[in-house]
Design a protein. Structure first.
Length: 295
């Protein structure tokens, strides 16, 4: 065969060429059942044939025929593309006002709360948006793709940075919400966290594990207290019992805070949580002067 002869379909030469060009895998027809099942899952979460077709690199009619059973077989390439599709791929091919599942956005909001980002600070200027996402998830309602994208953009920015709110962190810990690193596929409603939140530990044990991780990473003791919302006295008590090798810097902070408390003068407004270095207190006490005899 010369270089100018066409590679006619069905000929042995064309089959050899296809094998070489496709890495030794000859395209064949395969059962359409797995591809139809994948399409059914995506449609159950609100994605239409057009979005699935655009993400898979085919046309809407092929997707329609596969899910209706008109096609009993499909090419191996199309089947592989459909089976490898993710929800992230689908979200790239829907417009801003398309209704999508709130699962991925709600998981992101909760994961940011685990890091200490309260709902009011996750999306500046859109205070109610994270709350709306959580309500939609709880009530099994949908959200727009625009809302999902805005939440995902904030998550990508903050997901590796500790937040400023000890209250948000404690709230999320009590509810055992998964952290960002616990998710392997955060947008897939069928997926589960890689590890259970807190690893089945008690609140104190989970806190000690976090402190150990922060200290190994080089975080100072006062910054640990600011992020975790625990006073030096409580921190020293917990670590003396559960992690004696970590207690020394927290004992130093506790003694310093006690000396500061004793030296506070009369009528001086003393912060009840002054021992919580870097953490604003919720309430204060005013020391009153002792009444003079006969007053």
């Amino acid at each position: 065969m010369t270089a100018t002869q066409p590679l006619l379909p069905g000929t042995r030469q064309r089959k050899r060429w296809l094998l070489r060009s496709r890495g030794g895998v000859l395209s064949t027809l395969v059962d359409a059942g797995p591809a139809a099942a994948a399409i059914a899952v995506f449609r159950s979460y609100g994605y239409l044939d057009g979005s699935i077709a655009a993400a898979a690199g085919t046309n809407r009619q092929n997707i329609n025929n596969i899910r209706r059973g008109t096609y009993r077989t499909v090419t191996r390439e199309l089947s592989d593309r459909l089976l490898s599709l993710t929800f992230v791929d689908l979200l790239r091919h829907v417009d801003d006002f398309h209704q999508v599942t709130p699962v991925g956005a709600a998981r992101r909001v909760r994961a940011l709360a685990v890091l200490g980002w309260p709902l009011t600070q996750q999306i500046p200027g859109r205070v109610k948006l994270p709350d709306q996402v959580l309500r939609a998830d709880q009530e099994n309602r949908t959200i727009t793709a625009r809302t999902h994208r805005r939440t995902a953009a904030v998550y990508d920015t903050l997901s590796m940075t500790p937040g400023p709110s000890a209250r948000a962190r404690a709230y999320a810990r009590r509810r055992r919400w998964p952290a960002p690193l616990d998710w392997d596929d955060i947008d897939n409603p069928e997926s589960q966290p890689v590890v259970t939140p807190s690893g089945g530990l008690t609140d104190v044990e989970a806190w000690v594990a976090e402190v150990r991780q922060w200290r190994v990473s080089g975080v100072s003791a006062d910054s640990v207290l600011a992020w975790s919302g625990v006073s030096p006295m409580v921190a020293a008590q917990r670590l003396r019992r559960h992690a004696p090798d970590l207690v020394t810097p927290f004992l130093t902070l506790d003694m310093a805070s006690r000396r500061h408390s004793r030296t506070a003068g009369p009528d001086q407004e003393v912060n009840v949580d002054a021992r919580m270095v870097g953490v604003p207190s919720r309430r204060t006490l005013r020391r009153s002067r002792p009444q003079e005899a006969g007053a």
